[in-house]
Design a protein around this ligand. Structure first.
Ligand code: ASP
Length: 609
């Protein structure tokens, strides 16, 4: 037998037993006639004690870090116990050993607080993966997938694989494509998700499908995105939105309980997309803390049901030109911060002026403890006006109000970021606190002024809300005057879609799908896809809908992100065995890479100079 035990399993229950271990040399500590070696494998670390002759032998045949050895010896109780590791009560008195393989000096230390930078660790990822912190991440990932599979299996879902070499279909991002040698000049595309396949499986009658599956999107890589990532992809037939929310709420609850022993509060909070945008400035709000945004002036179509909150008694006319001319004025109220210093406020102002945030400046009101307000725009308004703003912001004495003004979308994004940043500074974004919610009632379409057409907010297979189907069918998508698109009835259409948000991250999203050919054609037409194109790109789906497609809907969760959040980490890379860097490169393989001319010519490809 190569080994009798692992390096993580011996205890006082094994005292005096003869054992054989195998693993990597983590550390060697020589104290004169005696040497201690920490031997590591996937399961843990066991201390070996080397005395007498073997110790002398080591002088001429030194062991090095990361050598792979087989160790034979007896288990004995340690005099100096180590309470930090499970094997800390014992050690193995070495009788003999065999070096199974030597090792070059590793380019960084194989320990949690390694001296290796990101690039080096990625280049030698197989060494990085030996570190116990990364190993624990992969174990957590395995625990998540096992829990997901068990839950879905119990609920009668079946795991069905779908192909990777498919046809390019628009899902929002760019496709990765693969040339076909056997079909010159033609290309496969790698799936951005198995969306249409899972819908076809519903048409085929497999009414509960799931797959833990790789998806490929050729997007510009913002930080912490991967060109290939994993989804927990699910679809169900004969369901309505409520059935999906219920099933997947239970799934997520089960994963949290089984993997990190956290009881999530049920039912998950629900928020309309419009409320999310209005109160938090984005559609994936972090609700671990309140601090809602006050909209002091927002007259746009996305907020049909909202009104400006500023009290009528303090209309800001003829006041501060920056406010008067602004499309949007947004404010947040920070409790107990009225004594922020000039320096602190300057620092925040610089923060919002950074190119990534892009504001021209920041205004503020200090609602002082004595009940008076002091603001950065005092000279433009009287005290009542300023108090009016403070009360619109629900401020109390000792609060600080921060105000951003500017173009609608940019200001909203900036305020959303500022809210997150301030709360991070205040320690309100706690890693071990979890707030999950559903975002519902998304718009079905967004209008792209650049492309002069409607764009699906989720994807083209998402059904409108049941009460909006007639409006969609009975209106033409065309817009005569692009500047007046806000008047088009399409702006009122809501999608039958839902996103699950955890601590400010979208961890899952899906929708009830269109399952009637006529409505799907109308959707494609609305998106500006001609009849010809519809047939070419989606003929298979439209045909399938002619043969008895059941009502269906589904959802997909981002597994990498879910694992990172469960592991209390910001970075998904640490939860992927072999991730790519921010430029989409695998520096270990040096991929992507050039092809030989011979290989290219077999593919009928000639490269542009
Ligand atoms: N296929 C969708 C996506 O990848 C998820 C879904 O609608 O089920 O975002």
């Amino acid at each position: 037998m190569f080994r009798t035990h692992s390096c993580g399993e011996l205890s006082v229950a094994h005292l005096n037993q003869k054992v054989t271990l195998a693993g990597w040399v983590q550390t060697i500590r020589k104290f004169g006639a005696i040497t201690f070696v920490d031997l590591r494998d996937r399961y843990g670390i066991t201390q070996l004690v080397i005395g007498d002759e073997i110790n002398n032998h080591l002088d001429n045949n030194p062991l090095g870090r990361e050598f792979v050895i087989q160790a034979f010896g007896f288990v004995r109780e340690r005099s100096n116990k180590n309470k930090n590791i499970p094997t800390g009560d014992i050690e193995v008195n070495l009788e003999s050993y065999i070096v199974l393989n030597s090792a070059a000096v590793p380019p960084f230390t194989i320990q949690d607080d390694t001296d290796g930078g990101d690039d080096l660790r990625m280049k030698y990822r197989y060494l990085d993966l030996r570190r116990s912190c990364i190993k624990n991440n992969l174990l957590l990932r395995y625990a998540v997938t096992r829990s997901v599979r068990n839950f879905l299996h119990e609920q009668q879902f079946i795991d069905i694989e779908t192909p990777f070499l498919i046809k390019s279909t628009p899902e929002g991002a760019r496709d990765f494509v693969v040339p076909s040698r056997m079909n010159p000049h033609e290309f496969y595309a790698l799936p951005q998700s198995p969306q249409t396949f899972k819908q076809l499986l519903m048409v085929s009658g497999y009414d509960r499908y799931y797959q833990i599956v790789k998806c490929f999107r050729d997007e510009d890589l913002r930080s912490d995105r991967q060109p290939e990532f994993t989804q927990i992809d699910c679809e169900m037939s004969f369901v309505q939105q409520e059935d999906i929310l219920d099933t997947f709420e239970r799934l997520v609850k089960c994963v949290f309980k089984e993997v990190i022993n956290i009881d999530l509060k049920e039912p998950f909070e629900r928020m309309s997309w419009e409320d999310a945008m209005w109160y938090y400035g984005n559609d994936k709000p972090d609700t671990r803390f309140a601090m809602p945004i006050t909209n002091l002036k927002v007259p746009t179509w996305i907020f049909k049901n909202k009104q400006t909150l500023i009290p009528k008694t303090c209309v800001l006319e003829n006041g501060f030109p920056v406010f008067d001319q602004a499309e949007t004025i947004l404010a947040i109220t920070i409790p107990n911060a009225s004594e922020y210093s000039r320096k602190q406020l300057d620092e925040l102002t610089e923060w919002v002026k950074r190119p990534q945030i892009g504001m021209n400046g920041m205004a503020y009101i200090k609602y002082q403890k004595d009940g008076n307000c002091k603001s950065s725009f005092d000279k433009f308004y009287n005290a009542d006006n300023i108090m009016g703003i403070a009360s619109a912001c629900s401020a109390k004495p000792d609060d600080l109000i921060l105000i951003l003004v500017g173009k609608e979308e940019k200001t909203r994004k900036a305020m959303s970021e500022l809210r997150l940043d301030i709360n991070a500074r205040m320690g309100n974004r706690k890693k071990n606190e979890y707030k999950v919610l559903w975002i519902l009632d998304f718009p079905l379409f967004e209008y792209s002024e650049d492309e002069n057409r409607w764009i699906a907010k989720h994807h083209p297979f998402t059904a409108p809300h049941p009460h909006d189907i007639d409006t969609m069918l009975n209106n033409k998508p065309a817009i005569d005057n692009p500047h007046e698109y806000l008047k088009h009835p399409y702006c009122n259409l809501k999608a039958n879609a839902y996103d699950m948000v955890l601590n400010g991250n979208e961890i899952g999203g899906g929708s009830i799908r269109i399952h009637k050919k006529e409505l799907q054609e109308k959707m494609f037409e609305s998106l500006g896809i001609s009849e010809d194109e519809q047939k070419k790109q989606f003929g298979f789906l439209l045909n399938a809908f002619e043969y008895g497609a059941p009502p269906h809907g589904g959802i997909a969760f981002g597994l990498d992100r879910l694992c990172a959040l469960l592991g209390g980490s910001e970075s998904i890379r640490d939860f992927i065995a072999f991730p790519k860097n921010n430029a989409g490169r695998d520096t270990m393989l040096n991929s992507p890479d050039f092809l030989e001319v011979k290989q290219l010519s077999e593919l009928n490809i000639e490269l542009k100079k």
